[in-house]
Write a protein that binds this ligand. Structure first.
Ligand code: MN
Length: 202
């Protein structure tokens, strides 16, 4: 079974004005679609065919550029769309809030640290909130389409919140103002989705 471009589950304009419809449309239908198509081409006829994307990434040969870039691109964007779902966003609460308070001191301090990781990632990449088995949280960033599931990326645990800081994610609306885009992300993040991912990851 080849990987398929995941449906957003919401309209391209659902995150306006924070993330504009044109950016969402190009990002999903062109960029994410491209990663999905190229991932399928990269695993076609290899022993990776038929594995889950998580298994592919966790066992990745980092010298395999085709699978590294496109497998990362496929997985990372899927998580990103899920934590942006505008339905029933909720508030940071429950066990996730407890873990945030324990790791960072407060919700605001977590957002500040995450925003700093996103703002200081030079060039293209991603910022992550990750959960280790047992529930401990960590924030980090990675270059290009690398992610914390890959071996040796330098941050651990299972990603539960992702922010794309490639210029293609914000340039049409924000140009070089990456910090404004990062602030906008926290106006549309779906805490219920992040909390559900935390419950599974821990
Ligand atoms: Mn992207």
């Amino acid at each position: 079974m080849a990987f398929e471009l995941p449906q957003l589950g919401y309209a391209y304009d659902a995150l306006e004005p924070h993330i504009d419809a044109r950016t969402m449309e190009i990002h999903h239908s062109k960029h994410h679609n491209g990663y999905t198509t190229k991932l399928n081409a990269a695993i076609d006829g290899t022993d990776l065919e038929g594995k889950s994307i998580e298994d592919i990434l966790m066992g990745l040969d980092m010298n395999n550029a085709g699978v590294r870039n496109n497998g990362g691109g496929f997985y990372n964007h899927r998580l990103f769309w899920e934590v942006l779902n505008p339905e029933d966003r909720g508030r940071l609460s429950g066990e996730l809030l407890d873990a945030v308070n324990e790791a960072f001191g407060s919700k605001d301090a977590m957002i500040e640290q995450f925003s700093k990781a996103a703002a200081t990632r030079f060039g293209s990449g991603w910022a992550w909130l990750c959960a280790y088995p047992g529930g401990k949280l960590e924030i980090c960033s990675s270059p290009n389409q690398d992610n914390p599931l890959m071996p040796g990326v330098g941050c651990g645990g299972h990603p539960i919140m992702a922010l794309d800081v490639w210029e293609h994610a914000y340039y049409l609306n924000y140009q070089n103002r990456r910090p404004d885009y990062i602030s906008a992300f926290f106006k549309v993040v779906n805490w219920n989705a992040v909390e559900a991912k935390y419950a599974v990851a821990k």
